[in-house]
Design a protein around this ligand. Sequence first.
Ligand code: ADP
Ligand code: TRP
Length: 332
Amino acid sequence: MTVRKIALTGIKSSGSPHIGNYLGAIKPALELTKDHEARYFIADHHALTTVRDKKLMKEQIYDLAATWLAAGLNPDEVIFYRQSDIPEVFELTWILSCLTPKGLLNRAHSYKDSVDKNAERGKDADEGINCGLYYYPILMAADILAFNTNVVPVGQDQKQHIEITRDIAQAFNLAYGDTLTIPEALIREEVKTIPGNDGRKMSKSYNNVIPLYAPRKTLQKSISQIVTDSKGVDEPKDPDNCNLFTIYSHFATPKEVEDKREKYLAGGLGYGDLKKELFELIDSIVTDGREQYDAYMANRERIDWILEEGAEKARSIAGPLLQKVRHAVGVQ
Ligand code: ADP
Ligand code: TRP
């Protein structure tokens, strides 16, 4: 019998999931469930680094859970849980922090970006930066290492976090002997960075997202906001430097993409028309999911119940691993 590899990923519940999350993380992760043991979770404590509204925090946890389930996650096949339900992860965070060089965290992108922004605005380096943001990579390493993870399906922006996780795990194994599994990032080249409607990476933090299961009207509005240049209908256009075209390519068939490419180059296809087509295309793809999403959001007890069951299964894996770690470091 072949042993199936373990796939694990999380998404932080800090805003409504968008098509970048779906194409870059959720869809590849669900495809992996065919031949991997899968552990997928809601990183609600990572969301705490930015979310300050208690009601919103609760709402976004349900929103993300309903999204995963509507996208096709089957809780009988995938261990699906909330990070905050797994105390072992937080214990491991501390133990790992004692092996993590501070310099490693100083180089982490999101911390560095915040420091750079402060410098641009003439502020002190660490002004407004909480320790949670600084510790973010260690909590993420614990999420991964507590579950003997082999592969972590993510978008490109998470690559550095997985490298940090590997560094920490290697430092642990070197100090205490082989205990932790060294994970690998799984980044799909073709969907590693989906652009947002302003052309930058699509991200909740940039406010440039196309939402996944929002009502039709909201979807239409955000697609209409995709920024293009001001070329008229008849003018030839450049498909390789147009984020509208790039987003369209992620949803259309290869034949449709080829057809639109020719029309772009020849002139005669307006941006407005392609936006309409893109809207209908995404809408038709998400219709079923949106219905399921609405049904889950209307039945939160069911979500609670699924996550509770998932937490129990997750703890039955993280518990023994933590026991090994405690022995390895000598606290037990
Ligand atoms: P956001 O940047 O909107 O806050 P998250 O950091 O919560 O998104 O990302 C959740 C998952 O979705 C991660 O695996 C991340 O790499 C992936 N992801 C986010 N945005 C994109 C994107 N624009 N293209 C591809 N993958 C993405
Ligand atoms: N940092 C990831 C994000 O921004 C979320 C995350 C937390 C994660 N822990 C993880 C992803 C472990 C993969 C594995 O969305």
